[in-house]
Design a binder for this molecule. Structure first.
Ligand SMILES: *Cc1c(COP(=O)(O)O)cnc(C)c1O
Length: 379
C-alpha cells in the first residue's frame, strides 16, 4: 500500500459493534476482566494501553516504516524519553546541531536531566565536521533535525547515520518539519524518529501530542514503553484521536504546503526588499542537492531576511493581514514569526529574519499579502 492509503486506513478498523467509519473515542480508564481473570480483549488500564493510543501508534509505525511507535503527550516528552531510553544502551556524548530546536536547547540547559548530559554542539550539515568531533568525544547519541529551525538547513541523514554506526552511536531524527510523507529517516539509517504531532500531523493547530518511532524491536522500544507507562507520559484518548484524524489527510495537505512554499520562495527571491530566502527547494540553497535526494518535496517552512534589520522585519510582520503573527507550524493558517525576539540573546537567527509556516490558504492571497507588507519598507 502507498503512503496515502496507509494514512487513511492504518489503525482505523470499522467499529465492529456499530459499523462506525470514524473511530469511536474511548474515554474509559478501565476495562473488564474475563471470568477467568484475563484480558482477552487486550486492554486493562488506560495508562498501560488504550484503544485510541494504540490506533495512533499503529498508523505512525506504518507511515514511518518503523516496527513500533510510543506516543507521548507532547513532542518534548517524546524527545526527553528518546534521550533517556537511548542513553542506557549508548554510552557517550549527545551530539546536537548548532541550530537545535529551541525547546530542546531549553531541555538541555534548564532541567536537571538535561544539565547532566554531556552535550557536544556540532554543525550537523557538515558530515566531515561531525566526524572530526568524534576524535575528541565518543558519540552516544547523534541528534538530527532536518529541515532545521529557523534557517531551514538540511542534514544528510544517511551520511550522519553512517558515521554513527562506525562509532556505535544511535541516531535520532526529529522528523517534525518534514513528516514521513516527505522523508523517512528509518530507511536512511536512523534508529529512532521523534515527532511533535502538534505540527503537521495534527495539522489543525488544535492538539498537542508527540511520538517516538523505532526501527527495530529491542531494548530501545522496551525502555521507551517503560518510560511512557511508568512515568505516566501518556497522551489523552481524544488527543490521540485528533492526531490520527490529522494523519489521514497529511499527504494531501503536505502537497499544498510544499507547492505554496515553493511559489512564495520564488516570489520573495525576486523582491527588492528581501536580501535572502532560506528554502531548500531553491537551487541556490546549500542543502538543495541533499534535500532532493532524501525528501519527496521541500516542505512548507521557509525563512527570509528583510532589508534593514529588526525594525523592518517587525514592521513587515505587523503589516501582514492574511498571515497570523504566531509561533508553531503545520496547521491551516499561515504563520509568521520574528525568531530573534522569540529566542532572545542565545538566538542564531539574524535580526532581519522572519520565519514563515505556509498554510493552506490560496497561494495568490498569501503572495499578495507579502507584496503589500513588503511595499511599506521599499517606499
Ligand atoms: C514544536 C517542535 C517540538 C516540540 O513539540 P511540542 O509538541 O511543542 O512539545 C520539537 N521539535 C520540533 C522540530 C518542533 O517544531
Amino acid at each position: 500500500m502507498q503512503f496515502e492509503t496507509l494514512a487513511v486506513h492504518e489503525g482505523r478498523d470499522i467499529d465492529p459493534t456499530t459499523g462506525a467509519v470514524a473511530p469511536p473515542i474511548h474515554l474509559s480508564t478501565t476495562f473488564e476482566r474475563d471470568p477467568d481473570g484475563g484480558f482477552s480483549r487486550g486492554f486493562e488500564y488506560i495508562r498501560d494501553d488504550n484503544p485510541n493510543r494504540r490506533s495512533l501508534e499503529a498508523c505512525l509505525s506504518a507511515l514511518e516504516g518503523g516496527i513500533a511507535t510510543v506516543a507521548f503527550p507532547s513532542g518534548m516528552a517524546a524527545i526527553s524519553a528518546a534521550i533517556e531510553a537511548l542513553r542506557t544502551s549508548h554510552e557517550g556524548a549527545l551530539f546536537v546541531p548548532r541550530d537545535v530546536y529551541f525547546g530542546m536547547r531549553a531541555l538541555l540547559t534548564e532541567t536537571e536531566f538535561g544539565r547532566k548530559l554531556d552535550v557536544v554542539t556540532v554543525d550537523m550539515t557538515d558530515a566531515a565536521a561531525v566526524e572530526r568531533a568524534t576524535r575528541d568525544r565518543k558519540p552516544g547519541i547523534i541528534w538530527v533535525e532536518t529541515p532545521s529551525n529557523p534557517l531551514v538547513s538540511i542534514v544528510d541523514i544517511a551520511a550522519i547515520s553512517a558515521i554513527a554506526r562506525k562509532h556505535g552511536a544511535a541516531v535520532v531524527v526529529d522528523n517534525t518539519w518534514a513528516t514521513p510523507f516527505l522523508q523517512r529517516p528509518l530507511e536512511l539509517g536512523a534508529d529512532v524518529v521523534v515527532h511533535s504531532l502538534t505540527k503537521y500531523i495534527g495539522g489543525h493547530s488544535d492538539v498537542m501530542v508527540g511520538a517516538a518511532i523505532v526501527r527495530k524491536d529491542g531494548p530501545h522500544l522496551v525502555e521507551l514503553r517503560s518510560i511512557q507507562r511508568n512515568k505516566g507520559l501518556v497522551p489523552a484518548p481524544f488527543d490521540c484521536w485528533l492526531a490520527l484524524r490529522g494523519a489521514s489527510s497529511l499527504a494531501a495537505r503536505m502537497t499544498v504546503h510544499c507547492g505554496s512554499a515553493m511559489a512564495i520562495a520564488n516570489f520573495l527571491q525576486g523582491h527588492p526588499a528581501v536580501t535572502a530566502v532560506h528554502y531548500p527547494g531553491l537551487p541556490a540553497h546549500s542543502g538543495h542537492e541533499v534535500a532532493k535526494r532524501q525528501m519527496r518535496d521541500f516542505g512548507g517552512m521557509l525563512s527570509f531576511e528583510v532589508r534593514g534589520g529588526r525594525e523592518e522585519a517587525m514592521s513587515v510582520a505587523a503589516a501582514l493581514k492574511v498571515f497570523t503573527r504566531a509561533t508553531s507550524l503545520g496547521g491551516n493558517h499561515s504563520l509568521i514569526e520574528h525568531r530573534a525576539s522569540v529566542e532572545g540573546p542565545a538566538t542564531m537567527a539574524p535580526e532581519g529574519l522572519l520565519r514563515a509556516a505556509i498554510g493552506l490558504e490560496n497561494v495568490s492571497d498569501l503572495i499578495g499579502d507579502l507584496r503589500q507588507a513588503l511595499a511599506a519598507i521599499t517606499e
